[in-house]
Every structure is written in structure tokens, then in C-alpha cells.
Design a protein around this ligand. Structure first.
Ligand SMILES: Cc1cc2nc3c(=O)[nH]c(=O)nc-3n(C[C@H](O)[C@H](O)[C@H](O)COP(=O)(O)OP(=O)(O)OC[C@H]3O[C@@H](n4cnc5c(N)ncnc54)[C@H](O)[C@@H]3O)c2cc1C
Ligand code: FES
Length: 481
């Protein structure tokens, strides 16, 4: 399904046909978002024949609804990396992500891409904890970033200061990626339904490939790889404000649910209100309150939301998909920092495929054990057990008579557990609440009128159509109530 965001004021991407018939290629890249496009570009530049396929339109997934800050300062990551993985790992992370910013700039300049690429400082601010900002400043500087603590941010609310990282960047993602996509071989509306070493299946034909890269955001194959046990998804919401003033820079609260701000042309993007997909959000309402408080003269002209994969140990998975497959690769778990991470993934995957040394690859290898994320592994396991239990034993009403327009509820009718939504015009829509991925119970998301899964983040609209994976199909519908 195509999504709407501040970026797609027009269709930036040339339409590509779906695959019809079998095909043989050197490298198959599954997914034409930021990660897939950059990986395909890198491999094409070194002379490989690359085929990209996307289940929908190019950049129709998470990359369509990003805030597109290009920074190596991913929140307070360096303190954590140093503690969890050591100072060497923190340096490798900083080097790879800083290099990514330079690579974006080189592409913009060498290809003359008109995408508003602009170098700016990034500020990670705190409302109440100066100590952690100072600690992060030291850790980030030690990792190699040009960073310092500042007391003043220029934001229209009080902070105790910020970690300011110089020379980061922002851009218009769709203008940039449409220029990248232009010369690549892409088949749109071509969903890969299965793949293994050397071969992938799509409804239009089989693709034989020496190497396969899965860049489809959340791996839909449960085995091998078991990515569903190693990451969940988190949603964030963004308001587009007109008439709001913001000082130079990009800003983000060190606290997960706090505000993220950047300018986008004459607008300000006000993001935040993160929550695990499938859990209560109320994101737009809270953001609108913040907009009114801090930018009282602005108009909210649009809104969008999006989700990303959150790995259990806080590091993306980039490398071989599974130790069982020698020539299949993956890039996932970007934890809402997919702009630099996608470029880093392209660097790492191209090096692995071309058998070149890549010292940073070891840090991101999906073959690492869960030892540094055991707490999150257990928490996610607990969510899964709860999601299954709710589906089998959770409370459900037996009637929809009193359901008001715009509301939804879980009901049990004719032995089936259904999620029923009554539209503003009074029409009833019913879908099974059993998630087609692994059977957890779907939860109603009133902000976006969708049924969302708290286990791994699949989402469906109220008609049951799939919005986000890992589920591959829509939710089962019941036509007559
Ligand atoms: C609100 C929000 C704000 C963000 N802001 C920033 C930011 O400021 N800076 C930053 O660095 N990051 C940001 N991110 C994160 C960033 O947007 C993502 O990490 C990034 O866009 C992910 O890119 P991707 O290529 O992995 O996924 P996608 O863009 O989702 O691309 C995957 C593609 O694969 C396709 N696909 C999936 N399954 C299949 C299949 N079976 N067969 C064929 N195709 C398939 C999909 O259709 C899709 O087009 C933000 C995220 C959120 C949620
Ligand atoms: S997304 Fe995995 S069970 Fe729903």
C-alpha cells in the first residue's frame, strides 16, 4: 500500500513493471528502500548485474515516512556502545556512520542531485539530566565524533543542555533516492514469497541469483535466521507544522518518547511519541499538545507515522542472513537511524559480496549471540506468550450492536475471534484478531484505524489488508456479521 508523508507531494519514482517470467541475475536485492537501493547502487558501480524487486513501489516503505536526518549521533548511543561492546566497537560505529554522511554528500555532488542536502549540527538534548549528556559527550568524542556539550539549544522550551555534533546533515529523502533509483533495474509490485540460497520465488516467476540480499525491512522468513526473536518494531509519529520557527540544527530528546525536530523547507517536522507497535500510543494527540505549547502560532498541516525494527542488543543486523547460507545477506534492525545505517549496510554488504576486507562487519554480524540483549530477549518472549494467551483466552464481547461509529472492539461470534470496526458511516468491518504471522492477538490502533500486532509489529487496515510485515498476508476477513 502506498503511504502518504510530507515528502511525497508528487510521485518522484518512475513506474517500473512487475516481473513476468523467470530471470537470472548476479545479485538479487529484495526491497527497494534506502538499504536496497544503496546496496544495489554500490554493487552496480563495481560492475555487477543487480536486480532489485519490491513488493510495492520503490521507497514505498519506511523510507517514505522518515524524518531523514543523516547523523552518526544516534541518541546517546556511544555511552551504551562503550559499556556493552567496548571502546573499539564505539569507534567502529562512529567511523562507519560518519563515513556514510560523506558518502551521501559525494553522491549528491557527483550526480548533481537536487535534494536539499544541507550540513547541520545535530543536538541530543535532555530536559532533566545533564550528567548523561556530559557522559555521552565524552564517549562520542572518544569514539571520534566532533562533539561538545552546549548549554543553549535555542529550542522554545527549557533543556539542561545538549550534546552537539557538528557537520551532520539532512535532506529530502525521496528526491535523493529517486535519483539513485534512476539507473537501477527494478521490478515493482513483485513480492518475494520465498527464498533460499541461489533462488527466490515471486508470483511472476523465479529469480536465480548467485547472491541474494534481503533489504525488505523486517525478514518475513522465520527460519533460518529467527529474526522475529531478535527484534520488535516501534512506531513514531510526526506532525508537519507551518509557521513554526526552529533554530539551525536537528534536535532529538535523549528520552525515547520525547520530541524530534527538524526543518523541511518552510515546514518544521515535530516527531516523537514512540511506542511499541500494538501497544497504546495516542501519539498525534500528544504531539498536537506540544505543538500548541511551543509553537502557538503554527498550523498543523499534515501528519504521518512509521515504524522501525528495534534489535534486542541495540545493534543492527548486517551481514550473512544465516550461518546455513553462504550467499544470502540481510540488513535490518536500523532502530530509526536507517539513513546512515543503510549506507553503512551497503558498504558492509558490498565488501562481503566482493570478498574485500571490512573491519566493521564483525560488529554488525547477525551471527552474534544474544548475550548482550538477554533482558530484551526475555521481555520480547514474554510479550509473545501474552499475545498468544490474549488470542486464546482474552475477554471479548458478544455483540456489536452498541458499537459507536469510529470505534472498534474485540468480539467472539460463531466461535471466531474478530476485531470489528464501525466506520463513521455505520458500516461494520470484521477481521480475525489472530495475526497471520505467528498467531498473537491484534490490537486496535485508534490513531491510524489499524489492527496492530504487539509481538513483532505486523499491521493491517480495518479491512484486513496488510500494512506492515513480517506477516506476508492480510488478516482473515469475515464478510457478513
Ligand atoms: C518516524 C520515523 C522517523 C525516522 N527518522 C529517521 C531519521 O531522521 N534518520 C534516520 O537515519 N532514520 C530515520 N528513521 C529510520 C529510517 O527511516 C528507516 O530505518 C529506513 O527508512 C529503513 O529503510 P529500509 O530500506 O530498511 O526499509 P524500507 O524503506 O521499508 O524498504 C524495504 C522495502 O522492501 C520491500 N519489501 C518488503 N518485503 C518484501 C518482499 N517480500 N518482496 C519484495 N519487497 C519487499 C518493501 O515494500 C519496502 O519498499 C525513522 C523512522 C521512523 C519510524
Ligand atoms: S507479527 Fe508476529 S505474531 Fe504478529
Amino acid at each position: 500500500m502506498e503511504r502518504k508523508s510530507v515528502w511525497n507531494d508528487r510521485d518522484y519514482f518512475e513506474r517500473r513493471p512487475p516481473l513476468e517470467g523467470d530471470r537470472t541475475t548476479d545479485v538479487l536485492v529484495i526491497g527497494a528502500g534506502a538499504a536496497g537501493l544503496l546496496t544495489a547502487l554500490r554493487l552496480t558501480q563495481s560492475g555487477r548485474e543487480v536486480t532489485l524487486v519490491d513488493a510495492g513501489r520503490t521507497c514505498g516503505g519506511a523510507t517514505n515516512n522518515t524524518t531523514a536526518k543523516i547523523t552518526a549521533q544516534h541518541g546517546l548511543i556511544y555511552t551504551r556502545l562503550k559499556k556493552q561492546f567496548g571502546a573499539r566497537a564505539a569507534r567502529a560505529y562512529a567511523a562507519l556512520n560518519s563515513r556514510a554522511i560523506g558518502e551521501y554528500e559525494s553522491l549528491v555532488q557527483s550526480r548533481g542531485i537536487d535534494c536539499g542536502f544541507e550540513r547541520l549540527a545535530n543536538f541530543v538534548y535532555s530536559l532533566d539530566d545533564e550528567r548523561i549528556l556530559r557522559e555521552e559527550t565524552l564517549a562520542a568524542a572518544e569514539a571520534g565524533l566532533d562533539v561538545h556539550f552546549v548549554r543553549e539549544t535555542g529550542l522554545p522550551f527549557e533543556t539542561v543542555g545538549a550534546v552537539k555534533t557538528e557537520n551532520q546533515a539532512q535532506f529530502h529523502p525521496l528526491r535523493f533516492f529517486s535519483a539513485v533509483a534512476r539507473d537501477l533495474t527494478i521490478f515493482e509490485n513483485t513480492r518475494v514469497t520465498d527464498f533460499r540460497e541461489g533462488e527466490a520465488c515471486t508470483p511472476g516467476g523465479r529469480i536465480r541469483a548467485r547472491q541474494i540480499v534481503f533489504a525488505g525491512h523486517y525478514p518475513f522468513l522465520n527460519r533460518p535466521g529467527y529474526y522475529f526473536m531478535r527484534q520488535h518494531q516501534e512506531r513514531s509519529h510526526v506532525l508537519v507544522l507551518e509557521g513554526a520557527q526552529l533554530p539551525d540544527g536537528m534536535f532529538i530528546d535523549e528520552k525515547g518518547g520525547g520530541l524530534s525536530l527538524r526543518r523541511a523547507g518552510r515546514y518544521v517536522l515535530l516527531g516523537g511519541a514512540n511506542h511499541r507497535t500494538g501497544e497504546p500510543g495516542g501519539g498525534y494527540e500528544w504531539l498536537a499538545e506540544q505543538a500548541q505549547k511551543y509553537f502557538p502560532n503554527c498550523n498543523i498541516i499534515d501528519k504521518f507515522s512509521n515504524q522501525d525494527c528495534m534489535p534486542i542488543d541495540g545493534l543492527p543486523y548486517i551481514g550473512r542472513y544465516s550461518s546455513r547460507w553462504e550467499r544470502v545477506y540481510v540488513a535490518t534492525g536500523f532502530q530509526k537511524w536507517g539513513m546512515t545505517t543503510a549506507m553503512a549496510a551497503a558498504d558492509i554488504l558490498a565488501a562481503l559480496i566482493e570478498n574485500r576486507p571490512c573491519p566493521e562487519a564483525e560488529l554488525f554480524t547477525p551471527a552474534r549471540g544474544p548475550s548482550r540483549g538477554v533482558g530484551n530477549l526475555l521481555r520480547d518472549g514474554g510479550k509473545f506468550v501474552k499475545g498468544i494467551a490474549v488470542e486464546h483466552f482474552g475477554g471479548a464481547s458478544h455483540t456489536v450492536e452498541d458499537l459507536a461509529p469510529g470505534q472498534a472492539r474485540r468480539v467472539k461470534l460463531d466461535g471466531r475471534r474478530l476485531g470489528v470496526y464501525r466506520s463513521e458511516t455505520g458500516e461494520l468491518f470484521a477481521v480475525e484478531t489472530r495475526c497471520p504471522h505467528l498467531g498473537c492477538s491484534l490490537e486496535w490502533n485508534p490513531d491510524e484505524r489499524s489492527w496492530d500486532c504487539p509481538c513483532h509489529g505486523s499491521r493491517f487496515d480495518y479491512r484486513g489488508r496488510r500494512l506492515d510485515g513480517p506477516a506476508e498476508q492480510g488478516a482473515a476477513k469475515k464478510d457478513h456479521l
